[in-house]
Design a protein around this ligand. Structure first.
Ligand code: ATP
Length: 511
């Protein structure tokens, strides 16, 4: 069963994964800090993305562009003119919403209600599944949900805020908080944070914190082309912070105002974009699954309404605790971005294709995934409460974070069974050796059962215990977090055993 988000946030805070930003001063909306375990998890995910994208592809190189860019960049990219969200306030609850999510969530509720009703009736009447689908499509709430979605999409793509105001009024969309249907007119709101560059106020240049990392890649495209000796098709990958002044930053680290993206722009010959789009869709889905996100928790959702420059776009959605939502976007973006930068900068951004003997502006396939959303996905899927046997032969509830071992913030914990010098000495010796290879924790406090529980919740896949037998024959027990099985290994072999289980090269080989 999916874990409730409030509970997950409390767990993440308690364990030191994620804290509310500036909590000492009552927090700041949509901003979060990563604690000691969270920073490890996030870095590991980023590392595995980097290795899979850059190290494993001869034709992908990395980049780390600055967060602050020339303001013309955001004119060229279209962000100054069009990076707006429509917002609206409910007059009764005074709550502010993004109109698109407000209407989409309402349509979703209507659809779910219709489905439940139809399924209940069908069960009673013993109808086959095809009949359920047919009845659902004819249900008034289902039809209304589809109509709402169509009207919403039409208004959004025409950027017609007045039509959205009318839609809210005519369809009597209720506020999820108060149920009231009185709304202010829809207004547009630019999501970019701005600041000033320069010390003298009137001469200062208004600049923006980047709302995506991709533009750094486009702007540096000619330099990378020159210096990296790449030929098309090739890609540029980047991990970095992005900032968006989101209207409503809810849902924990799903929608943040400061977040981290991992983006890759793949430059291709015009006419080959469809095959590369298919290639990257498949590759990226495989990466998520290989890292342990279960296939039933992932799906593609193609965009129905494409941006005018886009040829195709899909989201890899994950089953978050609040439903399937975007984790990663894969976009076939034609040569829009490079053409715009060529136009705004007055520079040529063409590529000379030797094989073809002609120049062109390359087409682009983009893969763009939110690092924080990935952290959330792994925490949400991994969080498990289950009954487990106690040392005394009883059963107790344990909380365990079942994430891929290679992602575990502390993959190895070492415990002396009892707090006696000879046990401690051996355990410390093992700790001193292993810490050169892995993040290792050492703990001697509390009963062994309690120590196991503590590290279960941190997601530690391997707990090593130094017991009486260790002293006699130089062996240790290795307990598996998920199966609870214990094996006994010679001390001298532990490093190799763990090395194999936690090996990044082995993981990459299986990708
Ligand atoms: P959404 O529709 O959820 O707002 P988006 O379509 O605006 O997302 P993109 O602009 O495609 O998102 O950004 C690429 C990726 O960056 C997203 O798939 C998501 O993982 C991540 N991302 C975007 N906005 C945020 C945010 N406010 N907080 C955390 N991650 C984000």
């Amino acid at each position: 069963m999916a874990i409730d988000l409030t509970k997950l946030a409390a767990f993440a805070k308690e364990q030191g994964f994620i804290y509310p930003g500036s909590e000492l001063y009552e927090g700041i909306g949509g901003i979060y800090d990563y604690g000691p375990l969270g920073v490890e998890l996030k870095r590991r995910i980023a590392e595995l993305w980097w290795r899979a994208m850059v190290q494993l592809h001869e034709n992908i190189v990395g980049l780390d562009a600055a967060i602050l860019m020339h303001p013309r960049v955001w004119e060229a990219s279209g962000h100054v003119e069009a990076f707006h969200d429509p917002l609206v306030d409910n007059k009764v609850s005074k709550k502010r919403y993004r109109v698109d999510t407000l209407i989409e969530d309402y349509a979703q509720r209507l659809e779910e209600r219709a489905r439940k009703e139809v399924e209940k009736k069908a069960r009673k009447a013993g109808l086959p599944p095809e009949a359920i689908e047919e009845q659902l499509q004819a249900h008034k709430d289902y039809v209304r949900a589809q109509t709402l979605r169509q009207k919403l999409a039409a208004a959004l793509s025409a950027r017609d805020w007045a039509a959205l105001t009318t839609l809210l009024q005519e369809e009597k969309i209720p506020c999820p908080e108060s149920g009231a249907t009185e709304w202010t007119p829809v207004r547009q709101f630019n999501l970019m944070f701005s600041t000033q560059l320069g010390a003298i106020a009137d001469e200062a240049l208004e600049i923006y914190l980047r709302p995506e990392t991709a533009q750094g890649i486009f702007v540096d495209f000619p330099l990378v082309l020159k210096t990296a000796r790449q030929k098309i098709p090739f890609g540029i990958a980047q991990i970095g912070k992005a900032f968006r002044n989101e209207i409503v930053a809810r849902q924990f680290i799903f929608r943040m105002r400061e977040f981290e993206q991992m983006e890759m722009q793949f430059f291709v010959r015009p006419g080959t974009e469809d095959e590369w789009y298919a290639y990257w869709k498949e590759k990226r889905m495989r990466w998520h699954q290989h890292l342990g996100l279960r296939p039933e928790n992932l799906r593609f959702k193609d965009h129905e309404h494409l941006a005018h420059y886009a040829r195709a776009a899909t989201d890899i959605e994950f089953a978050f605790p609040f439903g399937f939502k975007e984790l990663e976007g894969i976009h076939s973006r034609t040569n829009y971005d490079l053409s715009r930068h060529a136009q705004y900068s007055g520079k040529k951004l063409e590529y000379y294709d030797e094989a073809l003997g002609e120049s062109y502006i390359p087409y682009v396939i983009e893969t763009s995934v939110g690092l924080d959303r990935l952290v959330l996905a792994h925490l949400a899927q991994g969080y498990t409460e289950e009954m487990a046997p106690t040392a005394e032969g009883g059963q107790e509830l344990r909380t365990v974070l079942k994430i891929h071992p290679i992602l575990a913030p502390i993959p190895v914990a070492i415990f002396p069974l009892v707090r006696k010098d000879e046990f401690i000495e051996k355990a410390r010796k093992l700790y001193e050796e292993l810490r050169f290879y892995f993040m290792v924790a050492y703990e001697e406090k509390d009963s062994i059962g309690r120590r196991y529980r503590r590290y279960d919740a941190k997601g530690t896949p391997f707990c090593l215990t130094i017991d009486g037998q260790t002293l006699e024959e130089e062996t240790v027990t290795v307990r598996d977090r998920d199966t609870l099985e214990q094996i006994r290994l010679p001390m001298s072999q532990v490093r190799f055993y763990l090395g194999e289980k936690l090996s990044v090269p082995e993981w990459l080989r299986g990708l």
